[in-house]
Design a protein around this ligand. Structure first.
Ligand code: COA
Length: 260
């Protein structure tokens, strides 16, 4: 599959998606959002891919936000559609993907960039990373899920302050807030994420997909997460992975999950 703005590398168990517009600090224009949708879909549909890592090209930015030049003259209707399409094509899509997604935040993650990182299942940052939702400094609010996912991750008060000040926090503060799970040196970021991905890939892919659905259910309106957990737990008993995982334990050998 050909892309203009991203790179997709599938190496065995792990797919790495790199947003590749470094001259524009990897800002998310419409085409990049559509390409990311296709790349995430393709990687997730590839049965050999167990984990996806998303990062930004260059040493400066993960993603410096939605591409401001594309929406500066939008009407109310166009603004509403911009947010709605973004949720559907990328941010909700990534959050609900059955394949785990790690954000390797290698520099600025601002606006839509932080919103993309927050839609991923968890985040690792390099020590030069800076994160924030600067939208109110442009006269708009975060529209790709930031007003919802930031308070979920760091709490309401901190989220309100970060959004209202349009400020940026560094990687260490993001780590203290629980926004990122780990901080590494920039040159070690990808290898560190691959190491975590390799550990994930050894486990049952179908069980991990069930866990993603159950954890996400906690944050969905009108959905009882405990009910989803019970449903997904039960489903596991009908999988080949469960038969393999339990047999391997009882036979004192390492499980070799078929991912079914
Ligand atoms: N949309 C479109 N273009 C962007 C962009 C964005 N969100 N962020 C950066 N760029 C472009 C710049 O316009 C510039 O392009 P040019 O060289 O053609 O003029 C290029 O990327 C480099 O950015 P620049 O501002 O020169 O880099 P810097 O090191 O001086 O500043 C930032 C870095 C991240 C602080 C600054 O680019 C910035 O504030 N970006 C916007 C962040 C933002 O508000 N995001 C939320 C959008 S809703």
């Amino acid at each position: 599959m050909n892309f203009n703005n991203i790179l997709l590398e599938e190496q065995g168990d792990i797919a790495v998606i790199t947003i590749n517009r470094p001259k524009k600090l990897n800002a998310l224009n419409k085409e990049t959002i559509m390409e990311l949708h296709r790349a995430f879909r393709e990687a997730s549909e590839n049965e050999s891919v167990k984990v996806i890592i998303v990062t930004g090209a260059g040493e400066k930015a993960f993603v410096a936000g939605a591409d401001i030049s594309e929406f500066a003259d939008f009407s109310v209707e166009q603004g509403t559609n911009l947010a709605a399409n973004g949720h559907k094509e990328l941010f909700d899509f990534v959050e609900n993907l059955k394949t785990p997604v790690i954000a390797a935040v290698n520099g600025f993650a601002l606006g839509g960039g932080l919103e993309l990182a927050m839609a991923c299942h968890f985040r690792v940052a390099s020590d030069n990373a800076k994160m924030g939702l600067p939208e109110v400094s442009l006269g708009v609010i975060p529209g790709y899920g930031g007003t919802q996912r930031l308070p979920q991750l760091i709490g309401k008060g901190r989220a309100m302050e970060l959004i209202m000040t349009a400020g940026m926090i560094d990687a260490q503060t993001a780590h203290n807030y629980g926004l990122v799970n780990h901080v590494t040196k920039q040159e070690e970021l990808l290898a560190f994420c691959v190491k975590i991905a390799t550990r994930i890939a050894q486990n049952s892919g179908v069980a991990i997909s069930s866990a993603i659905r159950a954890v996400n259910a906690n944050f969905k309106d009108g959905v009882n997460g405990f009910d989803i957990e019970i449903e997904e737990f039960g489903k596991c008993f009908g999988t080949q992975d469960f038969a393999e995982g339990t047999s391997a334990f009882l036979e004192k050998r390492k499980a070799d999950f078929p991912g079914k």
